[in-house]
Design a protein around this ligand. Structure first.
Ligand SMILES: C[S@@+](CC[C@H](N)C(=O)[O-])C[C@H]1O[C@@H](n2cnc3c(N)ncnc32)[C@H](O)[C@@H]1O
Length: 250
C-alpha cells in the first residue's frame, strides 16, 4: 500500500505525532475506557497481542500488560517514536514496535497468530477496498478463540445538543493542533452497513459491541464527580458516532 494516499497519511502523522497525545488521546482517556468497558473480560488467550496503526501506543498502554508479548505496527516513524517513549515511561517492556504498512505486514506474517488484534481509529484512514482485504487477512491471523477489537467513527448520527454542550467546555473542544502540518489525509467516518458487510464477508462475527458519542473530559484524569456525570450523560443519550466492535471468527 505504498501509494500516494498512504504516503500522505504517513507524512501527516509524522507531522502531528508530537501533539497527538495532548490533543487527541489524553482528553479522551476516560470516555474510551467507557467505550471498551468489560471487553477485556471477553479476551480468550493471553499470549500475543498485535496493535495495527498503533500510533503513540494508546492500545498497547491499555492492554499490553495482559499479554505475554505485544507488537505495535505503524507506518509513521514519528508516531512510533512517541509510542516507544510512552511505553517506556510506564515500564511496559513486552512490546515490540515495527515501522510497516499494516496490510503488507499482516499479509507477510502468514505464520503468526494473535490472541488479540486491535485496530482502533485506523480503518477510516484506509482506502475502501483495503478494509475488506485487511479484515480477511486478520481473520487468518487469529489464534483459536482470538479476538479483534475495532473502533471507528461512523456516519449518519446527529450529536444531541447536550453532548455538544458538554464537549464545548471539555478538553476536546479547547485543544487543537498548533502550527503548520503536512497535507491532511482525506479521512471520513465509516458507513456502518458497508463496514458490517466487510466484517461478515471476512468470516468474522461480533462478540460484543458498544456505541457512544465522541466526547472528552475537562481534565486528563477527571475526578469521581466528572466521571459519574459523564456516565450519566452517556446513559441518557444512547446511540453515538463511535462504534466499538469486539469480533471473533464465525
Ligand atoms: C488516528 S491514529 C490512531 C492511533 C491509535 N490506534 C490510537 O488509538 O490512538 C491512526 C494511525 O494509523 C496509522 N496508519 C494509517 N494507515 C496506515 C497504514 N496503511 N499502515 C500503517 N499505519 C497506518 C497512522 O500513522 C496513525 O498512527
Amino acid at each position: 500500500m505504498s501509494n500516494q494516499h498512504y504516503q500522505i497519511d504517513q507524512r501527516y502523522h509524522d507531522g502531528i505525532a508530537g501533539q497527538y497525545d495532548h490533543v487527541v488521546v489524553r482528553p479522551r482517556g476516560f470516555p474510551i475506557e467507557l467505550l471498551f468497558e468489560r471487553f477485556d473480560t471477553l479476551f480468550c488467550g493471553r499470549q500475543r497481542m498485535l496493535d495495527l496503526g498503533c500510533g503513540t501506543g494508546h492500545m498497547l498502554l491499555r492492554f499490553a500488560r495482559q499479554f505475554r508479548a505485544a507488537m505495535g505496527v505503524d507506518h509513521s516513524q514519528g508516531m512510533l517514536a512517541r509510542a516507544a517513549e510512552n511505553l517506556s515511561a510506564v515500564g511496559i517492556d513486552n512490546a515490540i514496535l515495527v515501522q510497516a504498512d499494516l496490510l503488507q505486514f499482516v499479509q507477510q506474517q502468514s505464520r503468526s497468530q494473535f490472541d488479540l488484534i486491535t485496530c482502533v481509529g485506523v480503518l477510516h484512514h484506509l482506502q475502501v477496498p483495503d478494509i475488506a482485504a485487511l479484515l480477511s487477512a486478520l481473520r487468518s491471523r487469529l489464534s483459536p478463540g482470538g479476538r479483534i477489537l475495532l473502533a471507528e467513527p461512523i456516519t449518519g448520527a446527529t450529536e444531541p445538543p447536550a453532548i455538544s454542550a458538554w464537549n464545548r467546555q471539555a478538553l476536546g473542544g479547547t485543544r487543537d493542533f498548533v502550527g503548520e502540518f503536512p497535507q491532511d489525509p482525506d479521512e471520513a467516518p465509516l458507513e456502518e452497513s458497508a463496514w458490517r458487510q466487510a466484517i461478515a464477508g471476512a468470516g468474522l462475527v461480533s462478540v460484543a459491541e458498544n456505541r457512544m458519542w465522541e466526547c472528552s473530559t475537562s481534565e486528563e484524569f477527571p475526578n469521581t464527580a466528572e466521571r459519574e456525570a459523564l456516565r450519566q450523560l452517556i446513559a441518557a443519550h444512547p446511540g453515538g458516532n463511535i462504534l466499538a466492535l469486539l469480533l471473533g471468527a464465525a
